[in-house]
Structures are given as C-alpha cells and as structure tokens.
Design a protein around this ligand. Structure first.
Ligand code: NDP
Length: 252
C-alpha cells in the first residue's frame, strides 16, 4: 500500500521534452503513479507515438518551449483541454559540446534558450494558475553540471548552474503562494543526448570509474526522485536540488 504522503493519483502533470529519453521515462513514472500526464515536444507525430506507449490518461501538447507566445498559448490550451496543472517538470534541454574558443554566438543563444529560458517561460505560465489556486509542484531538471564543469561544456554547465539558481528564485517568489519548486540533477544517463559519449569507450569507462555506483545511469533511475518532489511528502522541501548521479558529484 502506498503511504498517503506519496499519493499523487489524480493530479495533472506536464513534462516538457517528453517525446523521448529522460522526459518520457518521467512521464511514464507519473502516469504509473496515477497522474493524468501531458507530453510535450516539438513534433506532434513523435508525441502521439510516445503517448500510445504509456499507460493511463495521456495527452499531448506540441509547442516549442523557447518561444514565449507558443508557451503561453500551449499552457492555456493544456489547462482548458486537460485541466489545471498540479505538477510541472521542466525537462526539455539540449547539449552542445565544443571548445569554448570555437563556440559560436548562435549556439550560445540556442543552448541558453533551450535549457534556461524555457524553464522561465513554461514555469511562469504554469505558475500563474498554481499560485492563484495556492498549490503546485515544479521540478526543474538540472544536472551534475549545475555543480561541476568539464572541458567542452562550459555553456551547458552555465545553463544548468543558472537553472539551479532560477529554482531557488522561483521557490522564493512562489513558495508564499503554496508552490514548491525544486531541481533534480541527473548524473550521466544513457539517452540520445549522451549517445556519442556512451559510444566512446574511453569516456564511457571514465564515467563508470568516476561514479561510485560503478555504472551509467538509466532513465528509470530518476523517476523516484521526481515522484517524491511532486508528492505531499515534499510539501516542506523547496529550493533544493536532489542529485541522482550514483554519487558522482560527491567524490573527486
Ligand atoms: P534527449 O535529447 O534525449 O531529449 C530531449 C527532449 O527535449 C526531447 O523530447 C526533445 O523533443 C525535447 N526538446 C528539445 N528542445 C525542445 C524545444 N525547444 N521545445 C520542446 N521540446 C524540446 O535528452 P535527455 O533525455 O538526455 O535530457 C533531458 C534533460 O535532462 C535535459 O534538460 C538534459 O540537459 C538533462 N540532463 C540529461 C543528462 C543525461 O545524461 N542524459 C544528464 C543531466 C541532465 P523534440 O526534439 O521532439 O522536440
């Protein structure tokens, strides 16, 4: 039997960037916990395919999380069609790897828009209703790179470090209105985004060596943390980042 503190059945949850990878696994976890889930991404066909593979009541909402007017229209449409949002997971993101001296202005703006501005835009629109109703849970998908950088990913680390601080700022602004905002920081997780790293034998072995758990993470490893942060068990937890990284951020 589920402890009532962890019961999130009947809540409505939107997961951005849930056509594949981590977002899709988190959407599945929320659906299995009894939530009505809204999948988001840019490609409606891909979302429909993903929705067909999930249990329970699943809806889709195709919009680009980097575009303010699309986000405002997308959230309004979801709340009208599906119902008021109880849970938002800001997961959509991207990775661009290049030495900083070769990083272009265009790529800098693209990664900032996708990983950081998106959380502000979607968070702001979702929080309008949540703060008015006096309850809501927002989980921003940060990264172990919210804490540490490595060569070739300075812009990515900058977006994820800033997302950690945006999480704390949202907590300060919206906490008084009953909305808890937290971050979840995955370690190295096997997805499309990390496929080039998984395929690099040297890097892949380095990840296993540096992770106390001795392996790459799987998308399912992240589900428990999000379910906790979305549940009444976390009603007094806000502004925190929970690192789910097999221990990597804790060791040298
Ligand atoms: P994937 O590349 O596998 O998936 C990214 C998702 O984001 C897709 O569903 C994509 O959908 C969506 N997306 C990208 N841009 C937009 C946009 N502008 N508007 C709407 N949706 C968008 O990545 P992961 O699953 O690996 O990563 C998910 C999150 O987890 C990211 O924020 C990432 O930074 C973070 N993370 C990942 C780690 C890892 O090791 N994999 C480690 C730490 C953090 P579509 O292309 O269909 O629009």
């Amino acid at each position: 039997m589920t402890h009532p503190l962890f019961d999130i059945g009947g809540r409505t949850a939107l997961v951005t960037g849930s056509s594949r990878g981590i977002g899709l696994a988190l959407a599945r976890g929320l659906a299995e916990a009894g939530c009505t889930v809204v999948l988001n991404g840019r490609d409606p066909d891909r979302l429909a395919e993903a929705a067909a593979r999930l249990p329970g009541e699943i809806h889709t909402a195709a919009f680009d999380v980097t575009d303010g007017p699309s986000v405002a229209a997308g959230i309004a449409d979801v709340e009208e069609r599906v119902g008021p949002l109880d849970i938002l997971v800001n997961n959509a993101g991207m990775q661009l790897r290049a030495p900083l001296l070769e990083f272009t202005d265009t790529d800098w703006h693209r990664i900032l828009d996708t990983n950081l501005t998106s959380a502000f835009l979607v968070g702001r629109e979702a929080a309008r209703g949540m703060t008015a109703r006096g309850h809501g849970k927002i989980v921003n998908i940060c990264s172990l790179q919210s804490e540490v950088a490595r060569p070739g990913i300075a812009p990515y680390a900058a977006t994820k470090g800033a997302l950690k601080m945006l999480t704390k700022g949202m907590c300060a602004d919206w906490g008084p209105h009953g909305v808890q905002v937290n971050g979840l920081g995955p370690g190295y997780i096997e997805t499309e985004l990390t496929q080039p790293l998984v395929d690099d034998p040297e890097f892949s072995a380095w990840v296993r060596r540096r992770t106390p758990a001795g392996r790459w993470g799987r998308t399912e490893d992240l589900v428990g943390g999000v379910l906790f942060l979305a549940s009444p068990a976390a009603d007094f937890v806000s502004g925190q980042v929970l690192y789910v990284d097999g221990g990597m951020t804790s060791v040298l």
